[in-house]
Design a protein around this ligand. Structure first.
Ligand code: GDP
Length: 637
């Protein structure tokens, strides 16, 4: 085995891959901007980063910015930073980003300490066994902070007043304590004597004109990280590569953005990508990288390469990539490899990737994605990558309405997608919809959708997308609710006040006390009377059978002072019950029933279903209990 860690190790190393995690608003995007000297944060939709992008920082650039002397050796050729979105709903994308990283930056706002997503990120890292550096960001928020742009943090701290330094100290202690409470030992990196076991904290400011501590971060990333994981960073000839995004380009056709984790890719290499329809083997036509320091997805002039060596973010131009799936591996076929075998292996790996279980939850969105097909009723989701697809499905699941997904696809919305979505028109109309995120809708597709009645939803964030759909189905529900209003029967039990029966048969007019539930105008009312026991000589042991007499519907409710009301939940009210079937014999008070017999709302299977579907929010737990009791009484299954 090759010697590791020794200073004499001459192996070629690849750039470490780093991702940035943390709670929303901790400053991940800003810090990323600082690290690469770009301004992405301002341009994002809703301020949320929605794609994994990758930025390569060549070592010369880092040297310059950390003012490292030329004698100081840096063993890695650069640093590849994956831009992971931080919002909660993207946890699945985060998971994917994390799994290909060597090291993570966990950004913590010094004024807020550890927050929900910080802690989630820590667990995620622990699960994937990824080490991290804590960027304790926003030090410029310490009261009275004097800005020292782009200086190493110790130097910047020296320039501060005693007050600032003492606030810094107690906030630092606080953060260390919080880490401790979550099971992690941390220390400011400049005091950390046990870097292999104790996680480093680097105080930073990512504010545009500050940048304190950023040189320290870069230093740790390119000097300390290779120290502790030299074996992992050893350049290896076998290609390890993950697809981040599949893109359509006017000039280039379909291209894929990948992270090349290890190995090298060349023009002319034979590679396999996986699609829902099966493996696609193709030849790399061109390899493009953005200019250094620019984000891979940012538009700009590309550099063409005959060869790209890991680690790098690279755009691959090749025929047949239309159905490649983001989040899966790209497999390089070596001369002499059995192509069939390689294709089978690639597909198996893809299925594993998609259904890989996240130990944290019983069923993950990834599994959900692969399971989705078996769900018969649900809407159609179309996204640009597996990651965003997962984010949408996750968000749909966690939204108040819990919306199922019946099918999905990646890439532009085509006629075929709309065709598939039309299947729901006859099943569940509200699901005849396509949620399209970050994909084009082809003209024919939108024409067909308009003709057939399939709704296509689009928005620039996952949240808005799901919200606009939820709003749509709420509207549909509201309309259906109106249609079903007559069939909704709220449960109630009423006691007739014996001396206050003003008309004893249709319409019955009397005063009642509301014993349970809610009394509404329109509610069908019945009375339950014990059947006459015919064999009077035998004392009845069990409960005698009850007979239900329908009396009609409540046509009005009046309070004691004569006010007409539509519903009441307690007290004594005056009611009128109108028979609603002229062919039925009317039942009269005093003859068929009396004040000892309770009046009940006459529920049915259908009325319960209507309540469940449309009136949940108006029903209390007690109301449901009463429904259960009445159900038994009426022998409803
Ligand atoms: P993200 O959600 O973690 O990506 O956070 P952003 O990078 O979008 O930052 C959230 C907000 O905090 C923005 O208004 C930033 O301008 C601000 N911010 C980020 N880093 C710093 C910092 O170091 N100092 C100060 N004062 N503000 C910061």
């Amino acid at each position: 085995a090759a010697s590791s860690n020794g200073s004499g190790d001459e192996r070629e190393l690849r750039a470490p891959i780093c991702c940035i995690l943390g709670h929303v608003d901790a400053g991940k995007t800003k810090l990323l901007d600082c690290i690469r000297g770009t301004r992405v944060q301002e341009g994002e939709a809703g301020g949320i980063t929605q794609h994994i992008g990758a930025t390569y920082l060549p070592v010369e650039n880092i040297r310059e910015r950390t003012s490292l002397k030329s004698e100081v050796t840096i063993k890695v050729p650069g640093l590849l930073v994956i831009d992971t979105p931080g919002h909660e709903s993207f946890s699945k994308m985060r998971s994917r980003g994390v799994s290909l990283c060597d090291i993570a930056l966990v950004v913590v706002d010094i004024t807020r300490g550890l927050e929900k997503q910080t802690i989630e990120s820590l667990h995620l890292l622990k699960r994937h066994n990824v080490r991290f550096i804590v960027a304790m960001n926003k030090v410029d928020r310490l009261y009275g902070w004097k800005s020292c742009p782009n200086t190493p943090i110790l130097e910047a701290l020296k320039n501060q007043s005693d007050d600032v330094r003492s606030e810094y100290k107690w906030r630092l202690t606080e953060v260390i304590t919080q880490f401790k409470e979550n099971g992690f030992n941390t220390a400011p990196y400049y005091k950390n004597k046990k870097m292999k076991r104790v996680f480093n904290i680097v105080p930073t400011s990512a504010k545009s004109d500050s940048g304190e501590g950023v040189p320290d971060l870069l230093m740790l990333l390119v000097r300390w990280v290779p120290e502790i994981m030299i074996d992992k960073l050893a350049f290896n000839n076998s290609v390890e590569c993950t697809i981040l995004e599949v893109n359509g380009d006017k000039d280039l056709g379909t291209t894929i953005d990948v992270v090349l984790i290890n190995g090298a890719l060349h023009q002319g290499d034979q590679v396999i990508v996986c699609t829902k329809q099966g493996p696609v083997t193709t030849i790399i036509r061109d390899l493009l990288t953005p200019q250094p320091m620019k984000e891979l997805k940012a538009k700009g002039v590309y550099k063409h390469h005959k060869e790209v060596r890991a680690a790098h973010g690279v755009k691959i131009v090749a025929p047949g990539l239309q159905h490649a799936m983001a989040g899966t591996s790209l497999i390089a076929v070596k001369p002499g490899d059995d192509l069939r075998q390689a294709e089978t292996a690639a597909m198996q790996e893809m299925i594993l990737t998609i259904s890989a279980a996240d130990e944290n939850k019983n069923r993950t969105a990834a599994e959900e994605v692969s399971r989705v097909k078996s769900c018969k009723e649900g809407l159609y989701v179309q996204a640009s990558s597996i990651g965003t697809l997962e984010a949408i499905i996750d968000h749909l699941k966690s939204s108040n309405v819990d919306i199922p997904v019946s099918d999905w696809n990646l890439g532009p919305v085509n006629k075929q997608d709309v065709m598939k979505a039309t299947a729901m028109l006859n099943r569940k109309e509200e699901y005849a919809a396509i949620l399209a995120f970050d994909v084009k809708v082809m003209h024919e597709a939108s024409v067909l959708a308009a003709e057939s009645g399939v709704r296509i939803f689009m928005a620039d964030t996952v949240y808005k997308l799901v919200d606009s759909y939820a709003e749509h189905i709420n509207g549909l529900k509201e309309a259906k609710k109106m249609q079903c209003a007559a069939e909704a029967v709220f449960p109630c039990t009423l006691k007739i006040l014996p001396n206050r029966v003003y008309h004893n048969k249709d319409p019955i007019v009397c005063d009642v006390e509301i014993l349970e539930g809610v009394l509404k105008v329109g509610t069908p009312i019945c009375v339950s009377v014990p059947s006459k026991d015919r064999s009077e000589s035998i004392p009845s042991k069990g409960r005698s059978e009850n007979i239900i007499h329908s009396l009609g519907r409540i046509s009005s409710i009046k309070t004691s002072n004569g006010n007409q009301i539509l519903s009441a939940r307690n007290g004594v009210v005056s009611i009128k019950i109108m028979g609603d079937n002229p062919h039925e014999k009317s039942r009269s008070f005093g003859r068929h029933f009396d004040a000892n017999n309770e009046l009940l709302s006459q529920i049915s299977r259908k009325s319960i279903d209507v309540l469940k579907e449309y009136y949940r929010d108006e029903m209390t737990d007690e109301n449901w209990q009463l429904i259960r009791r009445l159900k038994k009484q009426f022998k409803i299954a």
